[in-house]
Design a protein around this ligand. Structure first.
Ligand code: ADP
Length: 253
């Protein structure tokens, strides 16, 4: 594995609220994600996953701790530098977050329009991305005319439009049926293999981690309680939270 992590979190602390009503959402979270890996962050509801995502994509400032990208401390970036770092982190959402008044092509084009990519280049990229996600024949459809899986394919194409260094997937398959989940996970795997893109999958579903991730961190009550290769986690789980998540997955299956 390469030496330099593409993403590092160091001792992240996040506390919401004040005056005796504090919620300690993240307690000293540290982890390293290496270039080209599919890294899972799993935890039960309330573990701090959403908070961690907002710290990784720099929407939320932690009270203390550092976020490093390619070794550079980006925790306190503001303005233009912050926008540049954010552009390097593509987001895929549980509920797709598509613009309802734009077609599939219009949604994929949108981030490029914002930064002023020339029209000819935009059209070329939109076509390339929509055909890569298997939607070349649905470019002119609106989100309401697409299935959940198709909407998520548009969401993925849009996330790739700015050629990010990291793809951050927030419960990307949690709103999809099992069959569609498999097809979206296969698409994410092929993106990782074809472009070598680093993917961080945040999920509460153990079967998602098992299907695509190489390594995983287990988050429980704001702490990383276990981290390691997925095979090791399943064969020899150490933390109570890990055992519980495996147990729940076995009951659903
Ligand atoms: P998860 O995504 O794993 O369900 P969250 O990050 O949403 O976990 O929440 C972690 C903890 O922080 C929970 O106790 C939650 O109630 C609390 N929390 C999250 N966001 C806020 C907020 N904006 N204000 C106050 N408490 C919050």
């Amino acid at each position: 594995m390469p030496e330099q992590p593409i993403l590092s979190l160091r001792e992240i602390e996040k506390i919401y609220g004040k005056n005796g009503k504090e919620v300690h959402a993240l307690r000293g979270v540290s982890l390293d994600v290496f270039p080209g890996e599919i890294f899972g962050i799993i935890g039960p509801s309330g573990a701090g996953k959403s908070t961690l995502i907002r710290c990784i994509n720099l929407l939320e400032a932690p009270q203390s701790g550092r976020v490093l990208i390619d070794g550079a401390d980006v925790t306190n970036y503001r303005g233009r530098k912050l926008r540049e770092v954010r552009r390097n982190i593509g987001m895929v959402f549980q509920h797709f977050n598509l613009l309802t008044n734009r077609t599939a092509a219009g949604n994929v084009s949108f981030p490029m329009e914002i930064v002023g990519v020339p029209k000819a280049e935009r059209i070329r990229r939109v076509n390339e991305l929509l055909s890569f996600v298997g939607l070349q024949d649905k470019a002119e459809r609106y989100p309401a005319e697409l299935s959940g899986g198709e909407k998520q394919r548009v969401g993925i194409a849009r996330a790739l439009a700015m050629q990010p260094r990291i793809l951050l997937c927030d419960e990307a398959t949690s709103a999809l049926d099992p069959e569609t989940t498999v097809s979206i996970l296969n698409l994410l795997k092929s993106i990782n293999q074809r472009f070598g893109l680093t993917i961080v999958m945040v999920t509460h579903q153990m079967h998602v981690v098992r299907a695509v991730c190489q390594r995983v961190a287990v988050l429980d009550q704001g702490k990383v309680v276990e981290v390691g290769p997925v095979s090791q986690l399943f064969s020899n789980p150490q933390a109570v939270a890990t055992r519980r998540l495996i147990q729940e997955a076995a009951e659903i299956a």
